[in-house]
Design a binder for this molecule. Structure first.
Ligand code: HEM
Length: 323
């Protein structure tokens, strides 16, 4: 995201605030005010592409967590790649995306239940709480082009250095969704059969390595190149990622997604995600709901407050888009 991005989409966005409503509802109200409310569309990550996949656990992954998908037979997946922002059908390079992509994965577990992992292409988040995220969205909404400087968003960024760093980080455009690394951002607690628990954050790394195009090339590409190019790659066979967990050291913060852990922290390989074939996105995407709190035995949410706020907001967005 860039400051220009905030200015570009702040036009027409007003602040909608009802203190008595749950935080997740207020966040969705604010997103709808910012991007417009579009029937049958997600309040955020509105443009997506859905694929079928399969997860194969790595040897020994079950020593990290007793989660059922980490041992034995491969698990079928439904994967939705997306661009951030609530503008449906926006081109991949549209400012409303802020350069942020999403990868949401639903594991169809052998016992009939589900496990979701919902990641973005950024390592870290601009703010540590849902309240601060709402304040950021409100500041953006109040910072139209004719607003005197310093604008509310400029003021917000001046006192929230993590948010300022987030919005000024360059976000190159990937060749396809299949060449984009993704990050879980929020910490989860993993417990194995010996009852040993560790905190970790997911990382999803393309097997072929990350690959990007220049901004000039990106601007010339068709509007859905990220998904189109992944579909084209699938003609030659599955497109693979590695699912890893970065493991926290004892004093690493687990409740603050702005605090990225050192790269030197160990990562454990949980297994391979193979994207197999494209599904009919328009037909199925609205029935899909990915929740960060949708976890199976052996995995729990950490004390990161954003996790529950996300679930509240996603459920609200789901109920609006399926009405
Ligand atoms: C307080 C912080 C956040 C809020 C309020 C928020 C809000 C939302 C909302 C309203 C949706 C639409 C949900 C739906 O209709 O199903 C959404 C989708 C999504 N969000 Fe967030 N989000 C937050 C943080 C995050 C973080 C930290 C990540 C990743 C680490 C993330 C990744 C995604 C992805 C990938 C989707 C698309 C899911 C799909 O394909 O269905 N979000 N978000």
């Amino acid at each position: 995201m860039s400051i220009a991005f905030f200015a570009a989409i702040a036009v027409g966005a007003t602040n909608v605030c009802a203190e008595d409503e749950p935080l997740g509802v207020r966040l969705v109200n604010q997103m709808n005010a910012r991007y417009g409310q579009h029937t049958g569309v997600r309040a955020n990550h509105a443009k997506g592409a859905v694929f079928e996949g399969i997860f194969t656990p790595a040897q020994g992954a079950d020593s990290f967590s007793s989660a059922v998908f980490l041992k034995g037979a491969p698990t079928p997946l439904v994967i939705r790649f997306s661009n951030a922002g609530g503008v449906p059908d926006a081109p991949d390079t549209h400012p409303s995306t802020g350069g942020i992509r999403g990868m949401a994965i639903k594991f169809r577990l052998s016992d009939g239940s589900e496990q979701d992992i919902v990641c973005i292409s950024a390592n870290g988040f601009p703010v540590a709480t849902g309240e601060d995220f709402l304040a950021l969205l409100q500041a953006v909404g109040a910072s139209g082009p004719n607003v005197p400087k310093p604008t509310p968003v400029e003021k917000f960024l001046s006192i929230h250095p993590a948010a300022a760093a987030f919005v000024t980080t360059p976000r190159p455009v990937a060749v396809s969704y299949g060449t984009q690394p993704f990050f879980g951002v929020n910490a989860f607690k993993f417990t194995n059969t010996q009852k040993t628990s560790k905190f970790g954050r997911y990382r999803i790394v393309p097997e072929s390595g990350p690959a990007y195009v220049t901004d000039e090339e990106a601007a010339k590409r068709p509007p859905n190149a990220l998904a189109d190019n992944l579909r084209a790659s699938l003609e030659a066979g599955p497109v693979k990622f590695h699912l890893l967990v970065q493991v926290a050291a004892a004093d690493d913060p687990t409740a603050d997604a702005t605090k990225v852990w050192l790269d030197s922290r160990p990562t454990i390989e949980l297994g391979e995600i193979a994207v197999i074939k494209a599904l009919d996105t328009k037909k199925i995407e609205n029935d899909l709901l990915f929740l960060p709190t949708n976890v199976t035995t052996g995995i729990e949410a950490s004390d990161d407050p954003i996790i529950n706020t996300r679930t509240e907001a996603y459920a609200e967005s789901f109920s609006r888009r399926t009405k």
